[in-house]
Design a binder for this molecule. Sequence first.
Ligand code: NAD
Length: 480
Amino acid sequence: MVNRKYDNLISGQWVAGVKYAPNINPSNINDVIGDYAQADAVQLDLAVQAAQAAFPAWSTGNIQARADALDKIGTEILSRREELGTLLAREEGKTRPEGIGEATRSGNIFKFFAGECLRLTGEIVPSVRSGVSVEITREPVGVVGLITPWNFPIAIPAWKIAPALAYGNCVVLKPADLVPGCAWALAEIIARSGIPAGVFNLVMGRGSVIGDPLVNHPGVNAISFTGSQSVGGRIAQQCVLNLKKVQLEMGGKNPQVILDDANLTQAVELCVQSAFFSSGQRCTASSRLIVTDGIYAKFIEGVTARMAGIKVGDALEAGIDIGPVSSLSQLEQDLSYVDIGQAEGAILVTGGERLMRATDGFYMAPALLTDTTADMRINREEVFGPVASIIRVKDYEAALAEANNTPFGLSAGIATTSLKHATHFKRHSQAGMVMVNLPTAGVDYHVPFGGRKGSSYGSREQGRYAQEFFTTVKTTYIAS
Ligand code: NAD
């Protein structure tokens, strides 16, 4: 059977790739979702040129038309959430309910930014000089390059595209080559929304082939990137050299503190949810469970018992808790970290092995490692799979110190019934997002998202804080 071909979107036209790559279902590697175009640097250049040509009209155009287009995109995503969520589960390996949830979030993001089109404000302030007034306004940045990872194939493109367009920028999107299906579906919806040709362009392909040319293209004014720290660091250097605006959202090694006074059932559930669901492939997943002495034994017993009930299987099968991991290389990385942890002295309590199912996929039993210490690689490096380690500490102060003992700073959680400790943790956690009696993963779409230290660089994404990156400030002096 011949697979359907999916092309790049450049200047409002569907353009064949220089070659095509199959998009493979990680639950069943014999299921090919389609062949997706691979662009080269020439096509990338055409996409940037199209965005440049569209910018003058779009950036100064009618904001009601912008709002209507974004609202239309949001409405279509929401009405097709089940179909898009199923596609997402099929190409990335999240369960279908998780996929539908992510599609829903994406629709809501477009609706939110449809409203934001109409809410951009400025300031008029008195000058220190007599007879002069000062206006402070925000203008679009220009052509923005958006580079996204594979683990949220529709939500991350949505939370970059929607604010970029709302504030009057033109876009070149390069999605992760592992999961182009949702990005293509989103591009197809955008192409029919009434947005003029060239305002939004999709180029698919490998980071090494078209990512570099996108970052270094002189016609691109800003880069918003989500992905690994190693790629993000290189992109930041290139952007600084080229004096481009840059925003990076990268990895995490998120701590979840469990204190003696925590509600045990709640603590077990939130840890299992945020460590293992979505196969642990969330930048906000809890990978370090920091547990105080008094609850330590009961907590491990509770988590182990809860993990025994987790169903791992085909992402499209009803009743499954966790789908496969996204690729063979991710599976190998996850399994190798389980080995590395044990070689460093950790005890593998449960899981950590490849699972076989009816279809040939990348299934893994979630792994829990105990007796780990802060200096071990499994507690310092992002695994990005269903692997969590437990660090035992004597009290709250030691737990806080351990939580902050990481080069990352994305999300941090505490499970406690103590107002004093929860309040202190909120203030002293070195993470960009803090969760009290909630999983470290799972955030709202209308408020800022991002981290500190090695997790993020530049201004925040999402909510109205997104305008910081997608606009530039102009100060105008007027003699009266
Ligand atoms: P990755 O860094 O390998 O790839 C991310 C994107 O960058 C992809 O589109 C890739 O093709 C592109 N890319 C690769 N090399 C490039 C280059 N030289 N120039 C330009 N672009 C290039 O990351 P991944 O494996 O797709 O995603 C997993 C990572 O993403 C994890 O580290 C995870 O923590 C992180 N992540 C962070 C957040 C967040 O908001 N903090 C959210 C989701 C995922």
